[in-house]
Ligand binder design. Structure first.
Ligand SMILES: Cc1cc2nc3c(=O)[nH]c(=O)nc-3n(C[C@H](O)[C@H](O)[C@H](O)COP(=O)(O)OP(=O)(O)OC[C@H]3O[C@@H](n4cnc5c(N)ncnc54)[C@H](O)[C@@H]3O)c2cc1C
Length: 197
């Protein structure tokens, strides 16, 4: 892994591919997978005069700064009561649950968005589900049943679990969500075996 590096160019010559980094290092590769992230499409919201700050800012009822306009999904910047911070989530569960709630509130309900979204992916014979904040700068506790193939990774700040990665560990999203919401003090000892399938 190369940290604090950028990709300057990808060159193919004589059937061989080389990635050239920002600092000039040349790396011969078999293939390139580009993970570029996204930028929320907020142009229309800006034109409409809505408050935009890393996405369209919504309140707990998913109303934008114009209370007759709602936003949900990847583009919405909402307050997570569980994590005590504003965030924008680019995942399906958040888009589904938030979109349904925005629709209900537009039709007259007054629900508050308190859902802690999870996300998932499958990578060949490996798969994961994850809840909360998975940030490599947090304290990390690994609890493997089988190293790098099956286990649970906890992300902590000041002893509180902020995120849980369920690596090939299934049916435990609710347990992980409850653990984050508990905001209890934890350590490697208390987390060992805490969640498993
Ligand atoms: C390649 C890929 C893989 C993914 N894999 C996963 C995964 O494994 N797990 C997971 O949880 N999530 C995954 N996601 C993320 C997930 O697909 C998104 O979080 C989800 O689709 C977001 O839904 P949304 O309704 O908020 O936005 P979108 O699905 O992006 O829908 C927004 C819609 O608004 C339309 N639109 C935008 N601007 C305007 C405008 N001005 N006027 C009219 N229409 C407009 C767009 O065309 C689009 O149809 C993946 C996404 C991608 C791209």
């Amino acid at each position: 892994m190369l940290v604090s590096e950028s990709v300057k160019s990808v060159r193919t010559a004589d059937g061989k591919t080389t990635v050239v980094t920002g600092s000039g290092t040349e790396i011969p590769v078999d293939g390139v997978v580009a993970g570029l992230g996204i930028l929320p499409n907020t142009e229309l919201a800006v034109q409409a005069g809505l408050t935009v700050d890393n996405g369209i800012v919504v309140d707990e009822m998913l109303r934008t700064s114009n209370p007759d306009i709602y936003a949900a999904g990847d583009v919405a910047n909402f307050y997570s009561a569980v994590l005590s911070k504003r965030m924008r989530v680019e995942h399906e569960d958040n888009a589904n649950i938030m979109g349904e709630m925005a629709g209900r509130n537009m039709a007259g309900e007054a629900d508050r968005y308190q859902h802690q979204p999870y996300f998932y992916s499958d990578l060949f014979d490996l798969g994961y589900e994850a809840v909360g904040e998975l940030d490599a700068s947090l304290d990390i506790v690994e609890d493997w049943k089988e190293p790098f193939r099956k286990g649970v990774i906890y992300y902590l700040r000041d002893g509180q679990v902020r995120g849980v990665l369920l690596w090939n560990t299934w049916g435990q999203v609710d347990a992980a969500t409850r653990l984050i919401a508990e905001k209890s003090s934890n350590s490697r000892a208390t987390l060992s075996g805490r969640i498993s399938d």
